[in-house]
Write a protein that binds this ligand. Sequence first.
Ligand SMILES: Cc1cc2nc3c(=O)[nH]c(=O)nc-3n(C[C@H](O)[C@H](O)[C@H](O)COP(=O)(O)OP(=O)(O)OC[C@H]3O[C@@H](n4cnc5c(N)ncnc54)[C@H](O)[C@@H]3O)c2cc1C
Length: 406
Amino acid sequence: MSTDRTLVVGAGLGGLATALSIASRGRRVTVLERRQAVVEPDAGTQLAPNAFHALDSIGVGRDVRERALLPEALCLRDAATGDPLARMPLTGTYRDRFGAPYAVVDRAGLHAVLMALCRASESIELVTGCAVAWYEQDARTVTVVSEAGQRFTGTALVAADGIRSTVRRRLVGDGAPKTSGDMVYHAVVPLTDAATALLPGEPGLDGPTAWLAPGRHFVHFVHRTADGRPVLNLGVTHEQGVSEPVVGLPPDTSHVLGLFPDLADSARRLLRLGTGWRTWALCDRDPVERWTDHRVALLGTAAHPMLPYAVQGVSQTLEDAAVVGRLLDCEAAEVPSRLSRYAAARRARAHRAQQVSRELGRRLFHPSGGPARTRDAMLTSLTTEELHDKVAWLHGFRDFAEGDES
Ligand SMILES: Cc1cc2nc3c(=O)[nH]c(=O)nc-3n(C[C@H](O)[C@H](O)[C@H](O)COP(=O)(O)OP(=O)(O)OC[C@H]3O[C@@H](n4cnc5c(N)ncnc54)[C@H](O)[C@@H]3O)c2cc1C
């Protein structure tokens, strides 16, 4: 078999977007995925305009827009009093300024769109049930070896294998991810008329809303499932010093309600709607300089895991995919220098997003006492334009030619 192809490890959102990005330039890709069937969790995710610019650059923006809900605003409220602290409009001047919508999509649906496009592409081969264990390279090629001993050779290897990346272990060797101590409790319930009536905001389904309290917050938003049903996403994040990366514990609603002894009535009624709660402990890693090893590069969560407070995990991953696809449109001999340029183009921005995500948890979402009062005074004083200024560096990014020499 010809080795003139890129190997991508992982068929999550990052791996599939990367495969499409590379294949859109007529280049061949083989995606190697550990799981037999890749199913994203039943959860909504928020895509800022920078994600849509990345998706457009990859050539799949229209397909994703078709499934998206476009909220009116992002809202922050005091959890105890219910008082509004900030409302950032996402239409009008926001959309004009950043050149694309802010949207809510379901992860499973987004993954299904990317997977269908990958399957329809003659340039993309998908190998499931293939857990990559190792890579080795020579001057002209890179070879991955699976746990079962299968070997795949190409001219480049992009590792999108997530927070416990096997490729990162070899390339960076920085051990296990760090638990932040924060636990997320998550539920998705049908959006009944009764639930709709409980949603605050002007008008009705205003948009993602976070209720802030010391050491915790409650967030909710509406999204559509893969079959088009509107559902309500409920998430509670609680600083409880969890030290193990636990995923999937099924707490009951009374436990979740107990995390918020002081919660405004309207928010409490929404929280009560939650059933089938699941937990996950948040993890990230410190930023690292080393993203590449000759013909091998890290991408997405494998390169820059981040806490969810800036809501940029998926968006930053899509940006990586747009840039690496553009740069890998090259001769085999150029791959190492192109991957270095990819890392140089992406590193500072992704590291800033990692660090800002950590800071937002401490300083925006969860402070108490004096720092909380300072936050409230700051938030309530901001004009719409000032709110947009604060997110401009993140949401307004669209320069995927960064890293190009021309
Ligand atoms: C419930 C949930 C919790 C999250 N928690 C966090 C968090 O705490 N911190 C954080 O930074 N982000 C977190 N995220 C965000 C998320 O992981 C990313 O933002 C986003 O999905 C982009 O990920 P990716 O494609 O880079 O990696 P992932 O979505 O993790 O996809 C990695 C893919 O690689 C495959 N894979 C892994 N190892 C191998 C191997 N050896 N061989 C072959 N395939 C392999 C996996 O099966 C998976 O399909 C969470 C997301 C969800 C849904």
